[in-house]
Design a protein around this ligand. Sequence first.
Ligand code: ADP
Length: 562
Amino acid sequence: MIVLNVLAAAAGLAGPWLLGRIIDEVSGGGGVQAVDQLALAILAFALVQLLLVRYARLVGHRFGERTSARLREQYVDRALTLRSSVVERAGPGDLATRGTTDVEQVAITLRDAGPDVLIAAIQAILITGVIFLLDPVLGVCGLAGMVGICIAARWYLRRAPAAYLDAGAANSELAEILASTASGARTVEAFGLQARRVAACQAAVERSRSTQLRTLSLRSVLFPVVDVSYVIPVVAVLLVGSVLHGNGALSLGTVVAAALYLRQLSQPLDTILVWMDQLQNSGASFARVEGLAQAMEPDQSSGQHSNPGPPSSSLVPADDQIAVRDVRYAYDAGPDVLHGVSLTVRPGERLAVVGPSGAGKSTLGRLLAGIERPRVGTVTVGGIPVADLDPELLRRHVVLVTQEQHAFRGTVRDNLAIAAPSATDAALGAALCAVGADWALELPGGLDAEVGGQAIRLDGAQAQQLALARVVLADPHTVVLDEATALLDPGTARHTERALAAVLRGRTVIAIAHRLHTAEDADRVAAMEGGRLIEVGTHDELLAADGTYASLWRSWHGRPGA
Ligand code: ADP
């Protein structure tokens, strides 16, 4: 790419020099034939330059597209290896913006701005070099004239980013105020807030106007200064050149050629100026895209977790025993929401975790499923911290089932294969039947039927059945249930509960019980309150103990004092 661009720029240099030769030829009384030959040579070089530029651009764009494709792939790879807690904390919107807008910004730079700026820089360097070759004195005059452009560009770049950010923010604010006033028009009227809203809108318009004026004033300084700056070196070269020509030190053709080169220089410099903003923007975007690599560090948030170290495929749990030891956990930099929880889950038992809202039940569930890491203490399966397990292996031990279910866009097979890439069609079919999702096999195309998106739309219950079929295929010995059926309508919930019963058969179940009837059926009940495990025992034992669980149970049944 660089070689082609250098050649193209070099071919472009021939024109002014040949024109200078023509002038010298004519002023020296040369013949028409020589002039014709020189003119033909100009044409030939122009054609060669055209071809070279075309190939240089082709190569440049191919480079840009390939690099941005690699960037996108790397981004997707990185996004897919992020811990799910990191994804949840960042929010899918943020990841999507980085993956689309930011990657696109960088791609534009790689595809358009990068090659263009590179070409322009090569041209500018060559042109300047040629002027110096023609005559060093003229070269110094030309460069001295360019100083103005550098100063103006520096001045502009120092102020422009903040000014454009302000203008963008003021625009968003204006749009926000107008939209909220319009959509809340009835409320505004009802409370007689018209005057205030109008004043707020006017203030926003005024802010937007003043920020726009600010950017306009920056441009109105930069562009005239740059335009004038292009003329100054030409004038300087003509003035100094005419003196030197008068002294007989330089030919007229050389002076003209130098002046033409300086005019030519304005084109690459313009290109660089035009792309300057883009380069600045994409620098920020590139930082956001690359920032994902930092989020991949498993222990980036605080360094205070007790089990640092990346998920490793070398760790294999010794058995199916899940144990929680003195676990404390805090979301980000917040206060602890679990305060020293210890619990041993017996293989094959059905354990219900109960407690008032905010007690920390869901948080405990996420720790048990290896989504979060305890700040202090350990959550282990077969002696290995669950959060350290390789995701593939973790899935064979513990799976968290929540009410958030998702059918991925793709075939039914794709949707199931996530859990068991090597499962046979028979195994996939059996998993679907186990959760009552026989409908999936009856779709046109069967396992190859496209679902999600614009294809066959799935309702909540169907998506959940696919998700449960994935659990059957992953075949974990322990399932953590968190509100898996809480948000579904009663009819659907019954369906799903039946499917769930099939999924849970023969597994250890830790059910976060938001409805206490689940607890009654459990082998043991763990009652939590304020981030602490208060009581553990069977339903009957805890009722007899007359503690937290007993009072929860009584209020659930509406029998105070019973
Ligand atoms: P439960 O499931 O018993 O209702 P949770 O485990 O959801 O309780 O919440 C326990 C505590 O942790 C609550 O005080 C809650 O506000 C806090 N919490 C839950 N999720 C988050 C989160 N993503 N970020 C910060 N705090 C959270």
